[in-house]
Design a protein around this ligand. Structure first.
Ligand code: ADP
Length: 191
C-alpha cells in the first residue's frame, strides 16, 4: 500500500496519517516531523532545514528528496508507506515517481483533506498555543498557505488526471474523518 495524504497546513494530515498508516501496517512518513526531529537533535540536516521552516518556506527539493529517498529505503517501508507532507512541488512528484518505480510497485491513492480557510486559521492558531511550533505565527502561517496554493495545490490536478485522487471532507470529529478516508480508499481501490 503506497499512499499520499495531502491538504493545506492545518487540515489534520498528521493526525489522520498515523491512524490510517497503523491500519494498513505501514509507516507514516511525515517530512515535517523528520525535519523537526533533526532540528531538535541539531543535525546537519536540521541546520539546513531550520531557516526555511521558520520562514514558512519550503526546504529545497534536493534536500527533501534525498531525505525521503533514504527513509523509503528503510526496511519497514518495504510493504508500503503513507507520505504526509510530500510531495509538495512538481519536482518532488517526478522524484517520487522514480522512487516508487524503482521498488516495482505503484502508487495506490492520493487522499486530499479539504478544509475551508476560516477553520484552517482557527486550528493553526490553536495549535500554536498547544505545541509551541516556531512556524505557527500569523505571518508565517500566511506564507505557508500562500506557498501551498502556489506550489502544492496544482499537484491535486496532476494526480486527478492519473485517476488516483480521492477528496475527503476534513471537517468533523477525528473518527468521522478517518471513516471517510477508509470509505474513499475502498472506492478508489475497487475502481
Ligand atoms: P504543515 O503541513 O502544517 O505546514 P509540516 O509539519 O508538514 O507542516 O511541515 C513543516 C515545514 O517543513 C514546512 O513549512 C516546510 O518548511 C518543511 N517541509 C515539510 N515537507 C516539505 C516538503 N515536502 N518540501 C519542502 N519542505 C517541506
Amino acid at each position: 500500500m503506497r499512499l499520499i495524504l495531502m491538504g493545506p497546513p492545518g487540515a489534520g494530515k498528521g493526525t489522520q496519517a498515523k491512524v490510517v498508516a497503523d491500519h494498513f501496517g505501514i509507516p507514516a512518513i511525515s517530512t515535517g516531523d523528520i525535519f523537526r526531529a533533526n532540528v531538535s537533535q541539531g543535525t546537519e540536516l536540521g541546520l539546513q532545514a531550520k531557516k526555511f521552516m521558520d520562514a514558512g518556506e519550503y526546504v529545497p527539493d534536493e534536500v527533501t528528496n534525498l531525505m525521503v529517498r533514504n527513509r523509503i529505503d528503510e526496511d519497514d517501508a518495504r510493504p508500503g508507506f503513507l507520505l504526509d507532507g510530500y510531495p509538495r512541488t512538481v519536482a518532488q512528484v517526478a522524484e517520487l515517481d522514480g522512487m516508487i518505480k524503482f521498488t516495482g510497485h505503484e502508487l495506490d491513492a492520493v487522499v486530499v483533506l479539504t478544509v475551508n480557510q476560516d477553520e484552517l486559521v482557527q486550528r493553526l492558531l490553536q495549535r500554536a498555543e498547544v505545541e509551541n511550533r516556531t512556524d505557527d505565527t500569523e505571518d508565517v502561517i500566511r506564507r505557508r498557505q500562500e506557498l501551498y496554493a502556489e506550489e502544492t495545490e496544482p499537484l491535486i490536478d496532476v494526480y486527478r488526471e492519473r485517476g488516483k485522487l480521492v477528496e475527503v471532507d476534513g471537517i468533523g470529529e477525528i473518527d468521522e474523518v478517518t471513516e471517510r478516508i477508509f470509505a474513499a480508499l475502498k472506492s478508489v481501490r475497487e475502481s
